[in-house]
Design a binder for this molecule. Structure first.
Ligand code: ZN
Length: 342
C-alpha cells in the first residue's frame, strides 16, 4: 500500500433488505437459484459503492456473498453433514446446534473464487477477502470422525490453502483469516493454532492477515465481555508467538474495548489493523474519536504499518449506521494522515 493509513473494514457489512432480513446475524436468503446469484452480485456492487463513497481504501465484498462467516465455507466441503447436528459450546461461551464431521474433509470445488473474481472486476482498489481460520472452523463443528481438534484443524488448513491460492490468482491483495477463537483457547493457539494458520498461508505471495476480535455486538459476546474484568489482556497470550509467524497483518479490536493499547507493542514489526470503530453500538464515532484511537496506537505501531479499521464486522447494524461509521473512519484517518505528513 502506498497510501498512508489505508482504511478498511474488518469484514461484513449489512445486507440490503431484499436479499436478507437486515439487522439480524446470519439471516437466510430471500432469493433463490439464479435470482440469488444476481442478488448477491448486486448487493456486492452496492457494498463496494458504499465503501468507495466513504473513502475506504482497501475494499471488500462486505460478505454479501455469504450467510455466515464460517458455515458458508464449510457447507461447500465434503465430510461434513449438515443434517446430522449436535449441540456444542462455541468458544466456551454459548451453545449452538452445529453440523457433524462424518468423514475425511475435502474441498469439492472453489468456494469464494468466483465471487472474488467478480469483486476484482469491479474495482482497481486493493481488495481484501476473508476466510475463516482453521481453529474457528473446528470450533463451529461436532467432530465424530477425527476426534481430535488439532488433526481437524490441520485438514482444514490444507483446504484453506487451496482456496487462498486460488483467491490470490483471482487478484485478491489481502487474504484475511478470521480467528476469534484465538482469543479463547490460548494453549491450543500456541501449541498448534498459529502453526495451522501458517499452513493455510503457505506459498502465498499476496499479503495475509489474521482478525482476532471479541466478536459481533450480540448478547452472548457482550455478556462475555462484561465478565472479562477491567482490563482485557487476552491478546497478550498469543501475540508473542504471532509476532514470530509469517502472517503480515494483525486485525484487532481497540475502540471502546478494555484492551490495553500497549499490548500492540508485542507484535511490533507487523502491520496492524487497528479497530477504531465499535461495532457493538449504534453511536457513531466522531472523526476526532477515531483520530484519538489512531494517535494512541501510533505509540506502539509505526505509521507505515498502521491500518485504521473497524473492531469487527458490521452485518448486524443498520445500513445507515454502518455507512456513517465508515465515513467517521475515513475522516478520522484523514485527520491523522494530515498530522503525519505536515
Ligand atoms: Zn470480528
Amino acid at each position: 500500500m502506498t497510501t498512508l493509513l489505508p482504511t478498511s473494514t474488518a469484514g461484513s457489512l449489512p445486507k440490503p433488505s431484499w436479499l436478507a432480513q437486515p439487522e439480524v446475524l446470519w439471516s437466510p436468503w430471500k432469493l433463490q437459484e439464479a435470482e440469488l446469484v444476481e442478488g448477491k452480485q448486486d448487493a456486492l456492487r452496492l457494498a463496494l459503492h458504499e465503501q468507495r463513497h466513504a473513502g475506504i481504501d482497501i475494499v471488500s465484498d462486505g460478505e454479501q456473498s455469504r450467510q455466515h462467516f464460517v458455515t458458508t465455507f464449510i457447507e461447500h466441503l465434503n465430510g461434513v453433514d449438515f443434517e446430522q447436528r449436535e449441540t456444542v459450546r462455541i468458544r466456551d461461551r454459548y451453545d449452538a446446534s452445529v453440523p457433524s464431521v462424518i468423514g475425511d474433509v475435502s474441498r469439492q470445488k472453489p468456494v469464494f473464487v468466483d465471487d472474488a473474481a467478480f469483486l476484482r472486476a469491479q474495482t482497481d482498489q486493493p481488495i481484501k477477502w476473508a476466510l475463516p481460520g482453521p481453529m474457528t472452523m473446528i470450533d463451529t463443528l461436532y467432530d465424530g470422525h477425527y476426534k481430535s481438534r488439532e488433526k481437524l484443524a490441520w485438514e482444514f488448513a490444507k483446504i484453506l490453502n487451496q482456496e487462498a491460492k486460488e483467491l490470490e490468482a483471482a487478484g485478491v491483495d489481502i487474504i484475511q483469516f478470521d480467528e476469534p477463537a484465538f482469543n479463547v483457547f490460548f494453549d491450543e493457539v500456541n501449541d498448534w493454532g498459529i502453526a495451522t494458520l501458517e499452513r493455510a498461508i503457505e506459498g502465498l505471495k499476496c499479503e495475509t492477515a489474521v482478525h482476532i476480535c471479541y466478536g459481533y455486538g450480540i448478547k452472548a459476546n457482550t455478556d462475555w465481555k462484561s465478565s472479562l474484568g477491567s482490563e482485557w489482556r487476552q491478546y497478550e497470550e498469543v501475540f508473542p508467538k504471532l509476532r514470530q509467524s509469517n502472517i503480515d497483518i494483525v486485525s484487532l479490536e481497540c475502540h471502546n474495548s478494555r484492551v490495553p493499547m500497549e499490548l500492540i507493542e508485542l507484535i511490533r514489526g507487523k502491520k496492524v489493523m487497528v479497530g477504531a470503530i465499535d461495532v457493538a453500538t449504534n453511536t457513531i464515532e466522531t472523526p476526532e474519536e477515531v483520530a484519538n484511537t489512531l494517535r494512541k496506537a501510533l505509540q506502539f505501531v509505526d505509521a507505515d504499518k498502521l491500518y485504521p479499521c473497524t473492531n469487527c464486522g458490521m452485518a448486524p447494524l443498520s445500513r445507515q449506521v454502518a455507512r456513517a461509521k465508515m465515513d467517521a473512519l475515513s475522516q478520522g484517518a484523514a485527520i491523522v494522515r494530515q498530522e503525519l505528513t505536515r
